[in-house]
Every structure is written in C-alpha cells, then in structure tokens.
Design a protein around this ligand. Structure first.
Ligand SMILES: Cc1cc2nc3c(=O)[nH]c(=O)nc-3n(C[C@H](O)[C@H](O)[C@H](O)COP(=O)(O)O)c2cc1C
Length: 232
C-alpha cells in the first residue's frame, strides 16, 4: 500500500459512473466533496465514465501474464490508468443501480492490471495487492439512491469494501445519500448535507479519515419514511 501523504500535494482520482454525469444526483454530492478535497490542498482529477470509451474486460489476463501491468485494450481506460498510478486516493462515485451501472462494473474489472498477480490467503480469503508502481492507499465510495432506506446501499458498499480488501487498500468510508431526489427538491434543507459533504473532503485530506458524525450527517433522512411513501 502507498504511504498516505496528508494535506498538500495529495492526488485524488474520482470516477463518476452516473449516466446522468454532471446533471445527476451523484454529481450533486460528488461536487461538494471534491470542493472540500481541494480546500484541504488536494489536486483532483475527475472522470465521467459515461463520456469515455471503456470496453468490458475480455478476461484473457494478459495484464497478469504476458504484459504485466498493461491492459492490451488501448481505449480511454489508458488515461485513467495513468492518473491512477500517480494517485493517493480513488473516489468511486455511483448511483445504486441494482446494484451498479454497467460502466462502473466495467471500470472495477479493468482495475485488475494495477494488481500484483500474487495471491495470498488472509483470514480465510484470497487477496492480492496493488503493484509497487501504484501509490493508491485509500478508496472512498460516494453513492446516491432513489429509495428511502440506507440498507439499500449495502450491496454497493460491500462491493467497494471487498475491492479494497482484495487490493490491500484502506477503505476510508462511504458518503451515502438516500432518497436523493429529495435533496434536489428541498435544496434549503439539503444545504447542511452539502456542507457536511464539503467537510468530509476537507477532513479526508487533512486528517486522513472522515468522522462518523459527518458521514451520518450526509446520510440523514430529509423526510420521514411515511412522507416518502405518501409522496410516491
Ligand atoms: C436502472 C436503474 C436502477 C436503479 N436501481 C435502484 C435501486 O436498486 N435502489 C435505489 O434506491 N435506487 C435505484 N435507482 C435510482 C437511482 O439510484 C437514483 O435515482 C440515483 O440518485 C440516480 O443518480 P444519478 O442522477 O446520478 O444517475 C435506479 C435507477 C435506475 C435508472
């Protein structure tokens, strides 16, 4: 795992898998988070995956066997590889799409060239680690969903937690925004959420972690469950 350099010069790569890109709810949470990261002194490179040509992994594992660390598909993922090799933090932003949009799944599969093909057993599970020329030491998840309850994010959180374990990278937390449409419909009430999201970015850069209190503030209900169902 790369060494985490708190504060200035921290490099963050964010990928947003929302097909609605800049105008989507996911970006409405990702943007203040990025603002906070920059306030803390980080540089941030953002990729909207939907704009890019990222082919699904073909499963040949040439990146492990024949051309170590290199994917033979010379598509737009090559730009992301270049950024990822220099990054300290990877932010994966995605809407919940039963559970993921296809482009995020393709992106996650295409991370494999960055992993050493050396597997080991840890606590009964097969794990790998990032290659020595990859500096990433933390993953963060940013996600929005349509439905009211937080449990609806469980599968997405689990996927990113598992990827972090498998890559031997620290999972630095999940910024989860349920019933995301309400945040757009009630912008005044949502302002505290956006402020907490900016604070989360700042904390990550300056402290290396995000407090539980801030994560809970980001996820707090904007309306009651009864009201949610009454509005549907
Ligand atoms: C194909 C599809 C599948 C979805 N699946 C779920 C789901 O399983 N759970 C949920 O809460 N919301 C689901 N949603 C709603 C989105 O997660 C929600 O509207 C999200 O905020 C959209 O983010 P975006 O505007 O950035 O794309 C789904 C939406 C679509 C289009």
């Amino acid at each position: 795992m790369g060494e985490y350099r708190v504060g200035l010069n921290l490099k963050v790569v964010a990928v947003n898998g929302s097909p609605r890109m800049e105008k989507g709810a996911t970006n409405r949470i990702l943007a203040p988070f990025i603002e906070g990261l920059k306030n803390g002194g980080a540089s941030v490179e953002l990729f909207h995956l939907e704009k890019m040509k990222i082919r699904p992994c073909l499963g040949e594992l040439k990146c492990w066997r024949e051309t170590p660390g290199e994917c033979f598909y010379k598509d737009d993922m090559q730009d992301i590889y270049e950024a990822l090799r220099k990054a300290d933090v990877l932010v994966i932003a995605t809407p919940v799409y039963v559970p993921l949009p296809g482009v995020i799944q393709d992106f996650l599969n295409r991370i494999v060239p960055l992993l050493e093909p050396v597997l080991e057993l840890r606590n009964g599970r097969t794990r790998a680690k990032m290659r020595n020329n990859v500096n990433i030491s933390k993953f963060v998840l940013v996600s929005t969903s349509g439905w009211w309850e937080l449990g609806n994010f469980d599968r997405v959180v689990h996927i990113v937690e598992e990827l972090a374990e498998t890559s031997s990278v620290e999972f630095a937390g999940s910024l989860l925004r349920p019933h995301a449409r309400m945040m757009l419909e009630l912008p005044e009430e949502a302002q505290e959420i956006f402020d907490a999201t900016t604070e989360a970015g700042y904390q990550l850069v300056t402290n290396g972690n995000i407090t539980k209190q801030i994560l809970e503030e980001i996820s707090k209900p904007l309306i009651s469950e009864e009201e949610y169902w009454a509005r549907r």
